[in-house]
Design a protein around this ligand. Structure first.
Ligand code: FAD
Length: 475
């Protein structure tokens, strides 16, 4: 895909400007490439956030994402205010809002960090054309990825479809790149002089991100959005849990993973900062701390990159199977889907996971796989229905990761779990929640309903269906 914007000029060579920075999924000050350049040049900064959910269709942010976004924007607003900068909020169509603001406030440069979801990339391309025709200088920066999607191709010049070789190439790049170490430090920024009383826009509350029904209050028990909290989360993880990550990451009964996913999704911390702080362990400079766990974490960051790479090269893979051979085996079933969503399948590990999702806006990766396998394989429901439910309920809902996760578990992705891998929730529970603590925590004392399906016979039937599809549609 073509780049919508001119490459940024070398910052030091340019005189100070009046810059509007359009915040999107880069809700932080430190390690923010656009803000670094603005700070270095001594530009005057106008900070803007626009809520335009219609432009994200069909993936308008779900309710849990909007809760996170509201609080992340509040944290960003407070951090900017400490530097005397007012974050302006708008609700409406992005192009006309930016165009009007730039004209009214004598802005000469519009800056943003890129988003790589294919439909948003197209939208940005059109925006860039219209705004540069208005005489604005445009600066777009790569952000939120270790390597911008589209840059890594295999020896035949084609996109990688398998994670292993992709990761080896990514590693060659990142191992030689200087990455930031230690806590992130925000750049010094200068506000664009603005009469606060006449400041355009609306309040954060008027964006209407929070549902009127206060169901989301419970999310505060589990999360604190914002840049400061993102670093605190990473710092806490680096202090000890990372040493046991290799063994604990598959254990939903332990707090063994970083829980950085929503912070990474909203750009409250950069993957460079995460990897930079893990690299000393990878290089054996951890004073005897195990490097193996750091390797595993690096691999997960690699999956995150691979997901962006796949969505970039296969822009319909958020809605369509990459391997369409199995499409005919899935069938809608509203009743079964509702029971799965409500955590009433009668299968303990799955119901515990759906309860964790409902109450905390997050689900452990192992349980995401088990719940996804039950839905798509035993129950035979289209993976897209599961992806949509996760989209609406996860605080870390992320188009690339969610699409990859669902296609992987359904066996129809680029580098998917083989179709014959049907997770057995009971065996998974024995192995990964041996004392049943995770299940007890989320299920409480209510008795389980009768199982929705017999696991053994539905597995046999699923395998027969997959096998039949493979034979009638050879690769
Ligand atoms: C069906 C399904 C749906 C998923 N949907 C999402 C989603 O919407 N958003 C999301 O961020 N992740 C998704 N994942 C991936 C994974 O479950 C989460 O990233 C992980 O559970 C987040 O927890 P953590 O931050 O503690 O991860 P850690 O284990 O600490 O990993 C560190 C980071 O690496 C990335 N990562 C880890 N595992 C994966 C993975 N399998 N694929 C891609 N990136 C990964 C995340 O950014 C994560 O924060 C999905 C997985 C499945 C199986």
């Amino acid at each position: 895909m073509a780049d919508p914007c001119l490459s940024p000029d070398a910052p030091s060579a340019i005189a100070p400007r009046r810059v509007l920075h359009w915040f999107r999924r880069d809700l932080r000050l430190a390690d923010n490439p656009a803000l670094e350049a603005i700070g270095q040049r001594g530009d005057s900064l106008l900070a803007v956030y626009i809520h335009a959910p219609e432009e994200e269709a069909p993936w308008q942010p779900g309710a849990a994402s909007r809760w996170w976004l509201h609080h992340s924007l509040a944290a960003l607003r407070d951090r900017l205010a400490r530097q005397g900068i007012c974050l302006l909020f708008f609700h409406g169509e992005t192009g006309p809002i930016l165009s009007r603001l730039c004209a009214q406030l004598g802005i000469d440069t519009l800056s943003w960090n890129r988003r790589y979801e294919p439909r948003l990339w197209q939208r940005d391309q059109l925006l860039a054309e219209a705004l540069s025709a208005q005489g604005l200088a445009l600066e777009a920066w790569d952000d939120g990825v270790l390597c911008p999607p589209g840059q890594l191709l295999n020896q035949q010049g084609r996109p990688y479809r398998v994670y292993g070789p992709f990761m080896r190439r990514l590693r060659l790049l990142t191992d030689s790149a200087p990455l930031p170490l230690g806590p992130p430090l925000p750049p010094r920024l200068r506000p664009l002089p603005l009469d606060q009383a006449l400041a355009p826009g609306c309040s954060l509350e008027q964006l209407g991100l929070l549902d009127a029904q206060p169901w989301h209050e419970k999310l505060h028990d589990h999360w604190q959005p914002g840049e400061g909290a993102a670093w605190a989360r990473l710092e806490g993880f680096l202090q000890a849990p990372i040493d046991h990550y290799a063994e604990d990451r598959d254990r939903p009964d332990r707090a063994g993973t970083s829980r950085l996913s929503p912070h990474l999704h909203f750009g409250e911390i950069s993957p460079q900062r995460v990897l930079g702080n893990v690299q000393p362990l990878l290089a054996g400079e951890g004073g005897g701390r195990p490097g193996q766990s750091a390797e595993r974490l690096y691999n997960q960051l690699g999956w995150r990159e691979f997901a962006r790479h796949l969505l970039w090269h296969f822009p319909d893979s958020d809605l369509q199977s990459l391997d369409g051979r199995f499409d005919a085996l899935w069938q809608e079933d509203a009743e079964w889907l509702r029971r799965w969503q409500d955590g009433r399948t009668g299968i303990a590990l799955v119901d515990a996971g759906m309860a964790e999702l409902w109450q905390s806006g997050w689900m452990h990766n192992r349980v995401r796989m088990v719940a996804g396998s039950l839905l798509t394989k035993n129950l035979g429901i289209p993976w897209q229905a599961g992806a949509r439910w996760f989209w609406d309920t996860l605080v870390d809902a992320d188009l690339a990761n969610n699409s990859l996760g669902w296609q992987w578990i359904a066996g129809c992705g680029a580098d998917a779990a083989p179709y014959f891998r049907v997770f057995n929730p009971q065996l998974q529970a024995k192995k990964f929640d041996p004392q049943g603590r995770y299940q007890a925590r989320w299920l409480g004392s209510d008795p389980l309903p009768e199982p929705i399906i017999d696991l053994a016979s539905s597995r046999t039937q699923a395998l027969a269906r997959y096998q039949g599809m493979r034979q009638s549609n050879p690769a």
